[in-house]
Design a protein around this ligand. Sequence first.
Ligand SMILES: *[C@@H]1O[C@H](CO)[C@@H](O)[C@H](O)[C@H]1NC(C)=O
Ligand SMILES: *[C@@H]1O[C@H](CO)[C@@H](O)[C@H](O)[C@H]1NC(C)=O
Ligand SMILES: *[C@@H]1O[C@H](CO)[C@@H](O)[C@H](O)[C@H]1NC(C)=O
Ligand SMILES: *[C@@H]1O[C@H](CO)[C@@H](O)[C@H](O)[C@H]1NC(C)=O
Ligand SMILES: *[C@@H]1O[C@H](CO)[C@@H](O)[C@H](O)[C@H]1NC(C)=O
Length: 388
Amino acid sequence: MLILLILSISSAEGQGGGGGVIDVVAKFGAKADEKTDLSKPLLDAWKEACASTSPAKSVIPKGIYFLSTATLDGPCKAPIELQVQGTLKAPADPGAFKEPKWIAFNRIENFKLSGGGVFDGQGTVAYKREDCEKHDYCDSLPINLRFDFLTNAMIQGITTKDSKQFHVNVLGCKNITFEHFIISAPGDSPNIDGIHSGRSDGVNVLNTEIKTGDDCVSIGDGSKNLVINGVTCGPGHELVDGVTVKNCTLTNTSNGVRIKSWPGAELGTCSNIHFEDITMTNVSSPIIIDQKYCPWNKCKINKESKVKLSNISFKNIHGTSALPEAVKIICSAILPCENVELADIEITLSGTNGPTVSQCSNVKPKVSGKQNPVACSAPIAAKPTPVA
Ligand SMILES: *[C@@H]1O[C@H](CO)[C@@H](O)[C@H](O)[C@H]1NC(C)=O
Ligand SMILES: *[C@@H]1O[C@H](CO)[C@@H](O)[C@H](O)[C@H]1NC(C)=O
Ligand SMILES: *[C@@H]1O[C@H](CO)[C@@H](O)[C@H](O)[C@H]1NC(C)=O
Ligand SMILES: *[C@@H]1O[C@H](CO)[C@@H](O)[C@H](O)[C@H]1NC(C)=O
Ligand SMILES: *[C@@H]1O[C@H](CO)[C@@H](O)[C@H](O)[C@H]1NC(C)=O
């Protein structure tokens, strides 16, 4: 039973109008039968909502839909919302995609994605197909959700599961918030980041649960003001790659808080990165700065990183480590890390409560409060650090 609700919201211009609620099933004949492509009804509903001069909402009601692919473009004339109550399923065959995206939102201002629905990328097939370490094909697999050039966007109460590649890619956005967002994928899926953000200012990831096979949140170049609060991450690789992280929990991840740059990386800086109030449970490398990061051993390991790391703090980090190396701060020999702070660190070995170690290279951290393991007390291996 569908109820079509028409809200009357007066538009500032007093004409044009439209607005209200646009139901893809009732108005555009979408079918929740898992096989009829939702693409056209969704685009038609979006077009109508986008043209409205008063705030408008497109609704995908409960049910399971098949969606081949869709790019929802702005700019729109007024604030716009897409409410997804149902489950959207992507084609299982990775070969069905011409571009590395499944659903994209592009150049929209005052956008909201809500509804409690699920975006199911059906990626399980893709992970089993090949091994990303030996092939480059992973780069062309579709990302579940792309948010490109959005301003003032809210993504709330949505689940993305089983993406074939990154779950979410944020590019060129200003003020975008993910809240009560759920990301889920098998822990052993390769190269599946949770949220990757690049060239954006003001990305907030709040009260979000990320279960993925790689970085929970990763940051590309040109990102400012990323706030991560109340995020649970794991199993997977790590929480974040360069940022401000507070009040988070990691369980069974291979890295806790990691800043990485690889040998021979381009000149750059990475500063003002703070980790605070983090709980780790059975994390393989809880605290790691690694400027000798070398994914799949493909880089020239005798080159030093040219990325300058400075103003980095780790405060009140506690819990357990799956491996003895709980703290590892390996900086570049040509550009040593500056102004690194370790305060109140308490990490014991998982299961045994045994000792953990702390290793440092090309860094003299400022130390305060409790330090278990004792900061920089262990020798480091001569070999480049292994990859995650
Ligand atoms: C950021 O976007 C939200 C909507 O998601 C809006 O409520 C808020 O006012 C925006 N903040 C700024 C500073 O524009
Ligand atoms: C810390 O994170 C939890 C969710 O894990 C959230 O409920 C709580 O509000 C956060 N605390 C603060 C001070 O932000
Ligand atoms: C962590 O991994 C262990 C062993 O695989 C498992 O027993 C435990 O339930 C996991 N914890 C979480 C929170 O996933
Ligand atoms: C900790 O994680 C390792 C894998 O990283 C797993 O083998 C082990 O069972 C986990 N232990 C606990 C207590 O969860
Ligand atoms: C590092 O922090 C200090 C103050 O704590 C500040 O003066 C300096 O500009 C910061 N450096 C960078 C590169 O942001």
